[in-house]
Design a protein around this ligand. Sequence first.
Ligand code: AVI
Length: 320
Amino acid sequence: LIDRESPQAAETAHVADPAFRRDIIEGLSRPVKATPPVWLYDQRGSELFEAITHLPEYYPTRIEIALLNRHGEDVAALAGPGRAVVEFGAGSARKTPPLLRAIEAGAYVPIDINGAFLRESTAALASALPSLPVLPVTGDFNRPLPLPGAIEGMARLGFFPGSTIGNLEPSMAVDLLRSMRAMLGDEAMLLIGMDRIKDRDLLIAAYDDDAGVTAAFNLNLLTRINRELGGDIPVDAFRHRALWNDDKARIEMHLEATRPLDFHLAGECFHMEEGETIHSESSHKYGSRDARLLLRAGGWEPVREWTDEEGMFSLLLAEA
Ligand code: AVI
């Protein structure tokens, strides 16, 4: 996931990450309260997100895995063998090994800001594909990073699954695509997952499931703020809301106050009216043309798009 800090480290040391403190105070001080989605992923948040990916209503993971399995050979035919696969975000054992096998990768470079996630995915990969060189890079891929010298001269395939691009505002998504283009070089290709615009009810169900896992994921942000920033937010007085913003073609997750309330954190006092919300995440959805426009604006020329029978989710291959 994008720009994940090291939550475990912050928790064991009981010292709040200064960037977390800054972002939360700044976000809650705005006239329309909003916090960056990256902070949803502490240890508990990451576990809850993993649980979300198994929910019946949350179709993206299931469909993307099916597309990767169904079209691995097609990707291989277009990309050719021996590429270094550079994955943005630590790879999941469910998605990455089948792709690496299908395209006969020459090396695998998982990039993640969180060393713990990186070690886990590297170990999983080493046992699944023992002969593949795995060269992890710890760092924030929102900025260009130096890639390992061992893949010099090897053509690259960037891999950015999960529709994580959708959690960025479109202008930031374009910046990230451009940065990937600069990192991966002129011979590069990019395989990216994007979630499609679809029936509003299906979208809302995916972000407001019956079992309440997404609600727990969203509300966990408040628990984290209380724990790490010494806050007294009455978590019980909030409820999870998932809204479709048609103008911006995105699902928005909000934390809504169910009564007028006050809370304190980091020496500051905050007030919320009944019905007022904290906007905690956006998940942008892209039609086929929108996706191609976004890729082109980011310096990538679309080559192929694969989608499921219902057109719910897309896997796109682009070239530099
Ligand atoms: C990580 N990201 C692509 C997920 C999404 O669908 O936007 C995060 C998520 N939030 C609620 N459910 C899933």
